[in-house]
Design a protein around this ligand. Structure first.
Ligand SMILES: [Zn+2]
Ligand SMILES: [Zn+2]
Length: 236
């Protein structure tokens, strides 16, 4: 049976609104029998979060722990309507995985046209692997355009398992995104967006909605290590 083999979206104590250590997150992923976990701390643009130096010392964390792979990445913030991120290209190139997301604490909220152009700007960044939670009701978009851009630039769109709790009203937007992704051939990624280690590896909502809409699981980038690595390494 096809299942999710890696949690591609997790946070730790470091961001100021998470509750577990890096070690607890990795151990929780191993306990869930995942093959990999990505550390994707919020970028330095997030108020009260980590500074850029945090990402330098990722070097001390081994690439494998407790028998699973550890990807060292980030959840970058879209900083303006051009979709520029809070990391430069050199820094992004060194990450194992880059999620780019809009957060109300730092990302401006615009019209449908502005929000859509902002997301497409981030999609065009060659180091962005995944657009995080594009289902936010706070950032209304032209989803067809976003999905088509994701196909053109080979970026995966995230089905975020925490969206129903974190972004009430997101389910209808997520449904629309998956339907367009199925129709136009966009890739999806699944992540827990855990801010506590007990949430790591929890994909119940994401897996159910993907299956319910009969989206082909072989186009979810984290259903096999081979598919995952080929996506993450395509521009690195
Ligand atoms: Zn986020
Ligand atoms: Zn997150």
């Amino acid at each position: 049976m096809v299942s999710i083999i890696a949690d591609l979206h997790t946070h730790t104590l470091a961001c100021g609104h998470g509750f577990s250590t890096v070690t607890e997150v990795i151990r929780a992923a191993a306990d869930c029998k995942l093959e990999a976990v990505a550390l994707t701390e919020h970028g330095p643009g997030y108020p009260g979060g980590v500074g850029i130096a945090y990402f330098n010392t990722y070097r001390d964390i081994p690439p494998e722990m407790f028998g699973i792979k550890v990807f060292k990445g980030c959840e970058a913030n879209l900083m303006n309507f051009s979709g520029e991120l809070d990391f430069d290209a050199e820094r992004l190139a060194k990450m194992d995985v880059v999620i780019a997301s809009c957060h109300k604490e730092v990302t401006p909220i615009g019209s449908v046209e502005e929000n859509t152009a902002m997301y497409i700007g981030a999609i065009k960044n060659p180091y962005v692997d995944i657009i995080g939670h594009p289902d936010s009701p706070l950032y209304p978009v032209d989803m067809e355009k976003i999905v088509k851009a994701a196909v053109e630039y080979n970026v995966a769109l995230e089905v975020n398992n925490s969206s129903p709790a974190a972004r009430p009203g997101s389910e209808a937007i997520c449904t629309e995104m998956i339907q367009y992704a199925k129709r136009f051939g966009a890739k999806l990624a699944v992540g827990s967006d855990a801010h506590y280690h007990l949430i790591v590896g929890r994909f119940d909502y994401a897996f159910a909605i993907i299956n319910q809409l009969e989206y082909p699981l072989d186009r979810v980038i984290n259903t096999s290590m081979e598919t995952l690595l080929s996506h993450l390494r395509r521009n690195r």
